[in-house]
Design a protein around this ligand. Structure first.
Ligand code: G3I
Length: 379
């Protein structure tokens, strides 16, 4: 970490412990600060954030968690829930709003976990990012293996979007309407994505239209990985979005997931890339940030690795803070204890901002100080 940030980091270290230990009523509240609420306990990430800027995390549950030897983190881990509420002003269901969870059988919805997350967010004054409505992955078997006509499939998607977005109308701030529709080379996933394969690319515009009808207030996003830099894939989004906007399709935002691996370097044109979407009049967001690394044999990151990781987190956040319409920065989990990374990438890990025991890493302080600097700089 840069020496100039040492003092703010020390202050953050103290502040991190305080809100975890203090009762909800202790200490001053900052509810009268514009864009902030009584939930923002002094010293936390959400408190350090500039007005109107949300700092979020994925809510751990479903997906890879089901294969681990711990109970559902969100519903079972009290310490986890406490930090989730204290530190973050936005939450994204990691898996709990995906098709296979929320629509497990044809015509049957299961809103249990999704409702619980939205209610939690409301209790703690948090935004919610809905994830996701049209994707090639984590679809239920009845859908992927079903024998449906085009008309039936269209109706299935329409019903899903209307039902799910409608249920949370006014309560979900941003939706990842279309997730990962392009592959690495910037080609539409015309085979993998059931909707595009069976109904053609025009279905993407319909998904946005249906979501907008179901909740005119929600901001509707394209979301993807590998689109941090100006590259073929982000170019493809830029072109598509321009086309859709010219046709009056209600697209409101473009978000980059930002799953970084230190071995590939930092995406140096991140801010420039966000800015060109901002220039189209779109909101932008970073939605799934984590920074993984190749772990030494003892499994413990070196100081140099932790410093580099902190630098990457700080730079990603600063890139977003540097773009006027980028007002939402979400990390894909805040503790290594529940991270998806070691499950997917052999030999890599330590990708989040807190250790297994929730102790903060340099990356936590890097986020904290970047937020505070931006707030004091009058973003
Ligand atoms: O497919 C098998 C299924 O056949 C089997 O019955 C089941 C048993 O547990 O496992 C299924 O696969 C799991 C899958 O979730 C479906 O629930 C994987 O093993 C599991 O690793 C997977 O994890 C989730 C992953 O999305 C799936 O793509 C992670 O928890 C979740 O963090 C991750 O999140 C994604 C975002 O949604 C989109 N961007 C990338 C990000 C990281 O991959």
């Amino acid at each position: 970490m840069k020496p100039v940030r040492l003092l703010t980091a020390l202050a953050a270290a103290t502040a991190l412990v305080l809100p975890l230990a203090a009762p909800a009523s202790a200490g001053p509240h900052h509810g009268d600060r514009p864009g902030h609420s009584r939930h923002d306990k002094p010293g936390t990430l959400r408190w350090a954030a500039p007005d109107g800027f949300v700092i979020g995390t994925a809510v751990a549950g479903g997906g890879h968690h089901l294969e681990q030897d711990y109970p559902d983190p969100f519903t079972s881990d009290k310490r986890y829930r406490r930090i989730l509420a204290d530190q973050f002003s936005s939450v994204s269901p990691e898996n709990q709003m995906k098709w296979e969870y929320i629509h497990p059988e044809q015509g049957e919805y299961d809103f249990g976990m999704a409702d619980a997350i939205v209610e939690f967010a409301e209790r703690h004054g948090q935004d919610v990012r809905g994830h996701t409505l049209l994707w090639h992955s984590q679809n239920p078997e009845w859908l992927e293996e079903g024998d449906f006509s085009e008309e039936e499939l269209r109706e299935i998607l329409h019903d899903h979007i209307t039902t799910v977005v409608g249920r949370y109308a006014g309560r979900i701030d941003q939706w990842d309407v279309a997730n990962e529709i392009f592959d690495e080379s910037g080609q539409l996933r015309t085979e993998e994505n059931i909707w595009i394969r069976e109904l053609g690319p025009e279905i993407v515009a319909d998904a946005f239209r249906w979501a907008h009808e179901a909740d005119p207030e929600a901001e509707l996003y394209f979301n993807d990985y590998g689109v941090e830099d100006v590259n073929a894939k982000s170019d493809a989004y830029h072109e598509l979005v321009r086309e859709l906007l010219s046709e009056g399709v209600p697209v409101h935002g473009f978000s980059a997931q930002v799953h970084l691996s230190m071995q590939y370097g930092f995406p140096s044109s991140l801010q420039e890339n966000l800015q060109r979407f901002d220039d189209l009049g779109l909101g932008t967001a970073l939605t799934e940030v984590d920074v993984r690394m190749q772990l030494p044999e003892n499994g413990r990151p070196t100081w140099a690795q932790l410093e580099q990781q902190a630098d990457y987190y700080g730079r990603a956040l600063s890139a977003c803070l540097g773009v006027e319409g980028c007002d939402s920065f979400t990390i894909w989990g805040f503790t290594d204890k529940y991270s998806w990374v070691p499950v997917f990438f052999e030999g890599e890990g330590a990708a989040t901002v807190m250790w297994d025991n929730f102790g903060p890493k340099p990356a936590y302080f890097s986020l904290w100080s970047a937020l505070l600097e931006s707030r004091h700089g009058g973003r």
